[in-house]
Ligand binder design. Structure first.
Ligand code: HEC
Length: 314
């Protein structure tokens, strides 16, 4: 079965105007990625992912990260089952696409167009290719809206998710759940100019006094990092050990192969720079290889930093 989906490709469209040959970052607040499912042939439901991040390079390459653990089905137990059985705790799905910018090169503010895009969704170890027709609207000099023009259909079989869906049916005692899933996306991208400079105007020395979060609460937030990071010195995993991270220069820990983007950022990790980085890892250090969409709540970041400050030097 050929799976069609249309999600994110359009993003690339953004690269449109000649003056816009720059990179773009997905605005997570303004963006929405949802899919539908039908139970027992009659009960239609819409699920979405609340945590998205993404980036479009000057070359028209689009990469969108979908935090699978942020799936919102409006029922907690169902969210948990989706994450465990369907997404198999995979963390992040990556949607990548490449786009011919000529199609939208002359899009003026207020202008719209429709572009074809070819995309690949990498989900739980399976790559699914699909074509998508995307509607692109230039909202302002610095922002573009990209949305699916029609629904995109994704087959759970192609995506390697059938066994997980079987399990859900068994658990919820349902006779049937759709095996072809309609997907819609609304994505807003903003120009990077300012963001790429994020660290440029950050003072590199910020006193530890700025750290006043709740370390106990921060320990819970750190669960989101544990899949990739440990606090013990020298213990690297997917990500580097975060031992003694506050006060360190980015990308310098021995024994971990950092991206050149992070190594060359020259940033010193302080409460301030960490806050910026954890809010929007890709926007702050473009092309770094941490596959994490960022934390949404300022409070979580504050608490997490207090925890790192206390624990990471033990
Ligand atoms: C999916 C894996 C993953 C998750 C989850 C993750 N990280 Fe990372 N992190 C990485 C990788 C990989 C790097 C190295 C990036 C590079 O070299 O571009 C990194 C780098 C970092 C760095 C820079 C380290 C240095 O020595 O300069 C910090 C700080 C960091 N992560 C903090 C966090 C925190 C805090 C969380 C949780 C809120 C988190 N990360 C979640 C994979 C992850």
């Amino acid at each position: 079965m050929k799976l069609l989906m249309k999600a994110v490709t359009i993003a690339s469209a953004i690269v449109a105007s000649p003056a816009l040959a720059t990179s773009w970052t997905l605005d997570p607040e303004g963006s929405h990625l949802a899919y539908g499912s039908i139970k027992k042939d009659v009960v239609g439901e819409v699920n979405s992912f609340t945590n998205l991040s993404g980036h479009v390079g000057p070359d028209g390459k689009v990469e969108i990260e979908i935090d699978l653990s942020s799936v919102e089905t409006n029922i907690d137990i169902r969210n948990e089952r989706m994450i465990e059985y369907v997404f198999r705790k995979a963390g992040t799905a990556i949607l990548s696409a490449e786009f011919d910018m000529q199609d939208v090169a002359d899009l003026a503010v207020g202008g719209t167009t429709i572009v074809d895009a070819e995309a690949v969704l990498s989900l739980v170890g399976t790559d699914v290719e699909f074509d998508a027709e995307m509607f692109v609207a230039r909202l302002s000099e610095t922002s573009v809206l990209v949305s699916t023009n029609d629904m995109v259909f994704l087959s759970t079989e192609d995506a390697g998710l059938n066994a997980g869906v079987d399990k859900l049916m068994e658990l919820a005692d349902l006779p049937g759940i759709t095996r072809t899933v309609p997907v819609t996306a609304r994505l807003i991208f903003t120009m990077d100019d300012k963001k790429a400079q994020a660290f440029a105007d950050t003072p590199t020395t910020i006193a530890a006094a700025a750290i006043d979060g709740d370390a106990t609460a921060g320990k819970k937030v750190f669960r989101k990092c544990r899949a990739c990071h440990q606090l013990k010195e020298g213990r690297h995993g997917v990500g580097p050990s975060l031992h003694g991270i506050l006060g360190m220069t980015a990308g310098t820990v021995d024994g971990f192969k950092f991206s050149s983007a992070l190594r060359e950022s020259g940033v010193t990790w302080t409460a301030e720079t960490l806050t910026r980085f954890l809010t929007d890892p890709k926007g702050t250090v473009p092309d770094n290889k941490m596959q994490f969409p960022g934390l949404k709540k300022d409070e979580d970041i504050e608490n997490l930093i207090a925890y790192l400050n206390e624990e990471s030097t033990e």
